[in-house]
Write a protein that binds this ligand. Structure first.
Ligand SMILES: *Cc1c(COP(=O)(O)O)cnc(C)c1O
Length: 363
C-alpha cells in the first residue's frame, strides 16, 4: 500500500497561539549589569551553613531524592502548624500554580485575577486552555475587591490573587483579604500567591496565617516560595499549603522527585536561620524607604510598596527610563507602556539608582 502524503506542517497545539511567553522586559543577559534590580532576588547569598548543607547533599547525587520532597514537607508542616498532607513542594511556586491550574481547569473554564499582575499567570492559564478574566486594579495600583467579585461568572473555577502584588508592589491588608475570600463562592478555588508575604507582615504572622485562613476558607490555596526573602531563587524551591484533597489533586499531576537533594537540603538549612531572613526583611524596609523617597524627589513617584521592589507607573516613558538606568549599569524590569519595576538591593545599589534617577530628564 502506498503511504498517503500528508501536507500538514509540524506545529504544536493551538492553545499555544497568543500565549505571551516568559522573559519579556527582562534585561539582556549578555549585557553586564553591576546592579541587578530586575528580578526581585535577595541581594545577599546563602550562609555558610546553607552552602555546606547543599554541598553535603550533592555528595549523594547518585541516588534519587525524596519522592515528594518529604523531608522538606515535614519541616514546613511543623513551621505552619498543619499536617504534612496539607503541603506540596516543587521547583518553584510557579510550578505548583501550573499543576493547580492543570488539575483544576478544563478548556473553556475561567480564571479571574486582578491585572496587571505576575507575568507568569497568563502563560500558565493560556496553556491550560482556560481563559484569564482580567480585573483592573484601582487608581492606587491595588486589587479592587468589588470588581473582582463581580467578575466571577458561572464558568469561573479559580480566583488568583497575588498579595503583595507583582509588579505593582501594593498589598491589601490581611482583614481585607479575608473579607474578600469570604465573599467568593465556596465552589471556586482561591489561590493566594504570597511570594512576598515576608516583606508585608511580621514573621509570626507569616508562619501562622495559612493555618488560620485555611480553617476559615477550605477552598483556599496559599503559595509560598524560598526565592525572595528566603534568598534561594537559584535553588528553585516553592510550596503550597491547602486542604488535603487539593494537595492530592496537585500530586496527581506532579511528576515524582520534584526537588534535587541539594535544593531540599538548602531549603531545610534556611528554615533553621529565621534571623537571617529577619535581617534581610529589615534591610529591605530601610532601602525601600530610601529608594521611594529619593525617586519621588527625582520626580518619579512610586506606588506604596509592601514588597522588596517598587513600581514606577511611568507609562509610555518606561522604555526610556529603563534605557537611562542601564547606562549606569542598573538592570530593572520594564513593562513597556505601563511602568518600571525596581528591586530593592544593597545600600550601594540604592546609591547608584538614586544618582542615576537624579540625572533623568524625560523628553
Ligand atoms: C517571584 C514570584 C514567585 C516565585 O516564583 P518561584 O517559581 O517560586 O521562584 C511567585 N509568584 C510571584 C508573584 C512572584 O513574583
Amino acid at each position: 500500500m502506498e503511504k498517503k502524503m500528508q501536507i500538514v506542517a509540524l506545529a504544536p497545539s493551538r492553545r499555544l497561539l497568543g500565549v505571551p511567553g516568559y522573559g519579556k522586559g527582562r534585561a539582556g543577559q549578555a549585557q553586564f549589569f553591576r546592579h541587578r534590580l530586575g528580578s526581585n532576588e535577595a541581594p545577599d547569598g546563602p550562609s555558610l551553613a546553607v552552602r555546606l548543607a547543599a554541598a553535603e547533599a550533592f555528595a549523594d547525587a547518585q541516588h534519587y531524592p525524596d519522592l515528594r520532597g518529604e523531608t522538606l514537607t515535614a519541616a514546613l508542616a511543623e513551621r505552619h502548624g498543619v499536617t504534612a498532607d496539607m503541603i506540596a513542594v516543587s521547583a518553584g511556586s510557579i510550578v505548583l500554580l501550573d499543576q493547580l491550574i492543570r488539575a483544576w481547569c478544563d478548556p473553556g473554564d475561567e480564571v479571574v485575577a486582578p491585572w496587571r499582575s505576575y507575568e507568569a499567570y497568563p502563560i500558565i492559564i493560556g496553556v491550560s486552555g482556560a481563559s484569564l478574566v482580567e480585573v483592573p486594579l484601582d487608581i492606587d495600583h491595588r486589587l479592587c475587591a468589588d470588581k473582582l467579585v463581580w467578575a466571577i461568572g458561572p464558568r469561573c473555577r479559580v480566583v488568583l490573587i497575588c498579595n503583595p502584588n507583582n509588579p505593582t508592589s501594593t498589598e491589601l491588608p490581611p482583614e481585607a483579604i479575608d473579607e474578600l475570600i469570604a465573599t467568593i463562592p465556596s465552589h471556586v478555588l482561591v489561590v493566594l500567591d504570597e511570594a512576598y508575604a515576608d516583606y508585608a507582615a511580621n514573621a509570626q504572622t507569616v508562619a501562622e496565617s495559612p493555618r488560620g485562613r485555611l480553617e476559615r476558607h477550605p477552598n483556599l490555596v496559599v503559595l509560598r516560595t524560598f526565592s525572595k526573602a528566603w534568598g534561594l531563587a537559584g535553588m528553585r524551591v516553592g510550596y503550597c499549603v491547602a486542604a488535603t484533597p487539593i494537595i492530592a489533586a496537585i500530586q496527581s499531576v506532579a511528576p515524582p522527585f520534584p526537588l534535587p537533594g541539594p535544593a531540599l537540603a538548602a531549603a531545610l538549612a534556611t528554615l533553621a536561620e529565621p534571623e537571617i531572613v529577619a535581617a534581610r526583611v529589615a534591610r529591605n524596609a530601610a532601602e525601600r524607604t530610601r529608594m521611594s523617597e529619593g525617586l519621588a524627589e527625582a520626580g518619579l513617584p512610586t506606588a506604596k510598596s509592601a514588597a522588596n521592589f517598587v513600581w514606577l507607573p511611568v507609562k509610555d516613558r518606561a522604555e526610556a527610563l529603563t534605557k537611562h538606568l542601564s547606562t549606569a549599569a542598573i538592570a530593572v524590569r520594564c513593562f513597556a507602556g505601563e511602568g518600571v519595576r525596581i528591586t530593592t538591593g544593597t545600600e550601594a545599589d540604592t546609591d547608584a539608582l538614586l544618582e542615576s534617577a537624579a540625572g533623568w530628564r524625560p523628553s
